[in-house]
Design a binder for this molecule. Structure first.
Ligand SMILES: [Zn+2]
Ligand SMILES: [Zn+2]
Length: 280
């Protein structure tokens, strides 16, 4: 699968090469005209509390990341640069795995009912029936949830750093760099995901980061959007997808959960995908 195959102007064509869900031929089966996508988008506009929590998350997290970054850079010791490099890499890997776990969980189980469903799972359903809706979302809608999640961890880390013994803080420097990398990558995951759906007008430095797998490459994430959306869940750097797909990690987890609970994976996701068929 080559990147150039999918460069169709502003966005990648969100077709369904497997035809698992929408058997009708023709382009644009997914998109903003999809009946399910319209319903899901309307739901977001009605959630006033959701928007407020996203604004709070972005403002609080950026403030704390700035303080944390200042503390780390002012105590920077380049003699241990490789400790820092390893810590940054492991932080990125951990964030990638967490992104996969959360993405898989929200794609595979649950529904858009209730507070969690409307506030959180809704955006995952929307993303499959209108994958480029994310490119129309502003910074707050795109990143609010992820920034918010980092707030309690940033608060704890800052409290321990500012009140702890300085010799202990120095001793734990690599761990703090790991947590900083983890936090930045978790916070930026959906922005990185948005860039992976943007096929024109990306800054050169973003394309460089994609090409080098420092962030999720476009061609790599394209595979997740082939129906039934059941692989390549990791969307931060995408690196963890290689070992996890090799051992069928997600399929194995689904098998165990279905055995234990009887729930069918992706049944709610499929329901939203099929809305286009019924509405046409
Ligand atoms: Zn997905
Ligand atoms: Zn996507």
């Amino acid at each position: 699968m080559k990147e150039s195959e999918y460069d169709a102007g502003d966005t990648m064509p969100e077709d369904d090469p497997n035809g698992n869900t929408n058997a009708a031929p023709g382009p644009n089966r997914w998109g903003k005209s999809h009946a399910g996508a319209q319903e899901l988008q309307k739901m977001y506009a009605e959630l006033k509390w959701k928007r407020r929590s996203e604004v709070f998350g972005v403002v609080a997290a950026i403030s704390m990341f700035s303080v944390q970054g200042f503390i780390l850079l002012s105590g920077l010791n380049l003699d241990v640069w490789w400790h820092i490099a390893v810590a940054l890499f492991l932080g990125a890997l951990a964030a990638d795995f967490i992104s996969g776990l959360v993405h898989w969980g929200a794609d595979t189980w649950g529904s858009v009912e209730g507070v969690i469903g409307k506030g959180f799972i809704r955006s995952f359903r929307e993303h499959h029936v209108d994958p480029v809706a994310i490119t129309r979302h502003d910074f707050i809608e795109c990143n609010g949830d992820n920034f918010l999640v980092t707030v309690p961890f940033l608060l704890t880390a800052l409290y321990l750093q500012l009140t702890g013994d300085s010799s202990v803080v120095i001793q734990w420097r690599s761990h703090i760099w790991f947590l900083f990398s983890l936090g930045i990558y978790v916070a930026m995951t959906n922005q990185i995901h948005k860039w992976s759906h943007t096929w024109s007008s990306l800054p050169g430095w973003v394309e460089f980061l994609q090409r080098t797998h420092i962030i999720l490459p476009r061609w790599h994430h394209k595979k997740h959007h082939i129906s039934p959306h059941a692989c390549n869940y990791c969307i931060t750097i995408g690196f963890m997808n290689y070992p996890l797909e090799l051992i069928n990690f997600w399929t194995g987890l689904e098998w165990i959960i279905t055995k234990l609970t009887g729930h069918i994976p992706r049944s709610d996701d499929m329901k939203w995908a099929e809305k286009t068929i019924h509405s046409e």
